[in-house]
Write a protein that binds this ligand. Sequence first.
Ligand code: PMP
Length: 365
Amino acid sequence: NNSDMAPINPEQLIRADIRALAAYHVADATGMVKLDAMENPYRLPAELRGELGALLAEAAINRYPDPRAPGLKAALRAAFAIPDGLDILLGNGSDEILQILAMAVARPGATVLSVEPSFVMYRMIAQFAGLDYVGVPLKPDFTLDEAALLAAIARHRPALVFIAYPNNPTGNVFDRAALERVIQAAPGLVVMDEAYHAFAGGLSFLEALDRYDNLILMRTVSKLGLAGLRLGYLVGKPAWLQEFDKLRLPYNVNVLTQVAAEFALRQVAVLEAQAAEIVAERGRLHAALMQQSGVTVFDSQANFLLLRVADAVKVFTGLKARGVLIKNLHGAHPLLDNCLRVTVGAPEENDAFLAALTAELEARG
Ligand code: PMP
């Protein structure tokens, strides 16, 4: 009889490792210059927004979405020259794709491996799915420690290796030949996460999918100007994607996202022109930060820059008080001591950031 028993509580039911977690924190950016989340600062041009509005008005939101999403997949293929022999699997952001990949290989003793510092969701999703996680530190200059990586692969035999190319939060791309040796040495799948592809000057492993049976590519439209739609995708051989598709929730990419993303990708030249402006601004911001005493700035192939200052927490807090929100990485990983990450915004946002940073550093002496 249930009524005789004390009611169940979270401490009894929820896994201890989940209870010990902090929920993913998204800072409130109301009214601030928002340079914390690698978003494209530009919206679609007003004329295109008007066209999109008309399309969305026609969308059949009374119906479930078509899980095959043929129009959207065709638009992705055309926009990014994805060959016919490769399949596409869509996710509600690439975060959901990571979850699908982790679920697919989760069994006792299975391991996910990545480098550190890198995208924190690799570790988190491995943990959610009950997988072991191994993080192999980068070198202090954020290049790949190939020997350590190969040794860890030999030792842990990971089911999945996640590599962000370019890497978040460091912004660099790892050595291509070294990564090919990692793919060859890996006994499981290597997922090349090309979230920042639009800013990397064409660098990609797309052409390598032909050569390696254990390589798969992940991308997202988030950084390209469509973060609000939540759309990520896998590109790979059909034999792999057929299996992952079984774990995809049937209606994971909603009707409005399908319509809007297909429309925007049919105008990918507009998005790519915005990305080119961001790359130009990245160069300007990088040069300005090089001139700033008390700041070390790292090279980036992404839409953000990593910097190091004498006291990151104080600079972060000071910038926030001046209305500029960036990301504090101090404490996130030993290699990120006193590091901050700033997303490249529109010129006036970058100017606001530079002015606030200069004022803050001068105020601190
Ligand atoms: N991969 C990397 C390397 C990222 O930095 C991010 C976003 N921070 C993502 C994937 C997730 O992108 P989304 O879920 O928006 O597709």
